[in-house]
Design a protein around this ligand. Sequence first.
Ligand code: HEC
Length: 458
Amino acid sequence: MKSRLVLGMAAAALLAAFVAPRAKSSPKLETPGPKPIAYTPRAANTLTFNKDIAPIVFNNCTVCHRTGEVAPFALTSYAETAKRAKTIANVVGKRVMPPWKAEPGPAYLDECRLSDDQIGLIKQWAAEGVKEGNPADLPAMPKFPEGWRNGEPDLVLEMPEAFTVPAEGRDIYQHFVIPTGFTEERWVSAVEVHPGNRRVVHHVLVHLDVSGKARELDAQDPGPGYRKRGQGFVSAGLIGLWAPGNVARRLPDGIGMPVPKNADVVLEIHYNLRGKPEADRTKIGLYFAKGPVDKRMRRSEVASRINIPAGDDNYTTTASIPVPAAVTLHAVLPHMHLLGRDIKVSATLPDGQELPLVHIPDWDFSWQNSYVFREPIRLPRGSKVTLAARYDNSAANPRNPHSPPQPVRWGEQTTDEMCLAYLNFTLDAESITQGRSIPTVRETLSNAGEARKKKQAQ
Ligand code: HEC
């Protein structure tokens, strides 16, 4: 991981530091989240589904709890909700549902957490015998976009053929190569992933390859795609990802992700095995940037080495990366596997002030969300980003995949562990429209390599 770290934001920002003017105005520090609203009990037996509960359920639950979505049952009517009132009161009370895992911190897009008052209302309504109320009070169901969440994509790319996931064995990381055929560089604003079969697709990463290596690997491997630990090529960019609960969003105007001419899209799909063969044909929708792009969205990561002893119920680790040039952070995506219990990512400003970025105190592998800041967070040069994580590798952890517990290290299998957070950021010094385009570290290294080769050839 060390090498990837070095290739990460630290190095990107170091390069940028040469061209970065020091930020003059002080950065905006306050990004407060929603204020907690305390519960005040209502007059006994006055709460009804139509008036008090439906607005909460329709706005916070039906996005997943409706036909064809990820949740196992619908919550779109009185009958469906009343029947499960006790369980609902229980899971919302414990904040298991809605599955928003982050503590209040900076405000995030799509933040979905109930206030104490809303939880109190549901509990009181359930305890008082689930009254339905006056049909005239029932609010309309929110309108959910069918199909593509960002509207019709500019370009849809699909796995060339279906892949059959076998019934049993270890998790599979399969790579599928799809040529873009772009004759010039294109700027992309969003990549929406549509898993073909949600029973087996655990997550999808959308990489770019410009080396032709992925094609070669595909040609060598019989059947659809190829299987490999790691990608087998140097990714020219991670332009999209999908995990349950994640919805791709268009980047703000003026920010884009470049897709080089002739690039291949490589879908890296992590499949779970379900005891019977399942077919999957995943597709992605590309949305091109609408106006001129001034800044490139970059991705880096802060990661920590891990070596978790068997039986350790409180294994902790921390890691930091420096920020040697002014950046603006747009999103953070923490990632651990089954033993992970708590993960916290924060920024420390040069004056020592700490800014929380995300804290998930009760990590759940099922919900790998990207946390997109409602207001992007500026980090001046000299800041650092720190990750702190805690793992439970004891027999008492019901999610421990090993019985008895085994020592666990970094690895790709779900039963291995990881410890990282991706950071999406832009460089404040970059302005492509004004001719200040800053290459990524990989581009710089690869250009240097080309130059060296040329020199040697002379
Ligand atoms: C982001 C998607 C999502 C949202 C939003 C969501 N749920 Fe769920 N819910 C799920 C999924 C998926 C499951 C199944 C979880 C599992 O099997 O582990 C579930 C399970 C449940 C269960 C069953 C839990 C159990 O232990 O049997 C209840 C009850 C529930 N949800 C209620 C709600 C309520 C009430 C809301 C809104 C306040 C809500 N959910 C919002 C996805 C969601």
